[in-house]
Ligand binder design. Structure first.
Ligand SMILES: [Zn+2]
Ligand SMILES: [Zn+2]
Ligand SMILES: [Zn+2]
Length: 256
């Protein structure tokens, strides 16, 4: 399977509008981070996880011309705001876009995008989405690929991560309840969020992320969802232990 990191920044992206800091002003392309999303290609399946405000730009940049389904980790704006831009896929495939997420996330999408889910007198050309409610207990299948949802805590908000084969994607993690670690054994590749260096009510610091990696022990880990306070990619990368890397937008990862 092949994973492309489409966005590795936190909710405001990097650069942050108007910020004069050295990270936001950096000319290193690895310091330019769109809002969080990944693309997964596995067994003929094309999946995108999260559909934030940069979705359109991400699809164009990575030239993703076909998507079988979108998985949503949670309902924060940096993970759903781009839902309107599924329209080209509706038109190209002449079918609704399947979107998978917690029931609570489906309700939030209906509130935030009422015109998408309107049943009568729907505006012609509005996005067409089929929402599928999933939960952390039950693996689900898309075209023969089994997807295992993983419950993670985003502060007080329970959200989902996903495991496919020996790859797992956990974003917006503050902590993981003990019972969920059994789903994270023998990972080849882990993508994990780490915000910056100061404690935060809903995100792990770099230090907390590294401690979590020590428990999970994946073969390789890529960090993402970082803010400009994390520091320059080129400098901060030097501090990481073996087999742990900072992700960056456009990075392509082959996994088992
Ligand atoms: Zn900045
Ligand atoms: Zn969030
Ligand atoms: Zn987020």
């Amino acid at each position: 399977m092949r994973i492309t990191m489409l966005g590795t920044g936190t909710s405001q992206g990097i650069p942050m509008i108007g910020c004069p800091c050295e990270v936001c002003q950096s000319s290193d392309p690895r310091d330019k981070r769109l809002r969080p999303a990944i693309h997964i290609e596995v067994a003929g399946l094309s999946l995108v996880v999260d559909i934030g405000p940069d979705f359109r730009q991400q699809m164009l940049r990575a030239n993703i011309t076909d998507i079988d389904a979108i998985l949503v980790t949670h309902e924060h704006n940096d993970h759903i705001a781009g839902l309107d831009d599924v329209r080209p896929y509706n038109f190209l495939r002449n079918k609704n876009m399947p979107v998978y997420g917690l029931n609570r996330v489906g309700e939030a999408l209906k509130q935030r995008f009422p015109y998408i889910f309107q049943v009568t007198n729907k505006y012609p050309g509005a996005p067409c989405v089929d929402f599928h409610a999933i939960n952390e207990h039950t693996p689900f299948t898309i075209k023969n690929t089994i997807i295992q949802p993983i419950a993670v805590m985003h502060g007080k908000l329970p959200i989902l991560g996903f495991r496919i084969n020996d790859f797992a994607y956990l974003t917006d993690v503050h902590h993981i309840e003990a019972g969920e670690f059994s789903k994270l054994q023998n990972l080849d590749t882990l993508i994990l969020s780490a915000l910056h260096h100061r404690p935060h009510h809903s995100h792990m610091t770099l230090e907390e992320a590294l401690a979590t990696i020590d428990v999970i022990r994946p073969k390789t880990t890529y960090l993402m969802h970082m803010s400009h306070l994390m520091g320059l990619h080129a400098e901060i990368s030097q501090m990481l232990p073996e087999n742990v890397f900072f992700g960056y937008d456009g990075l392509v990862i082959d996994s088992r």
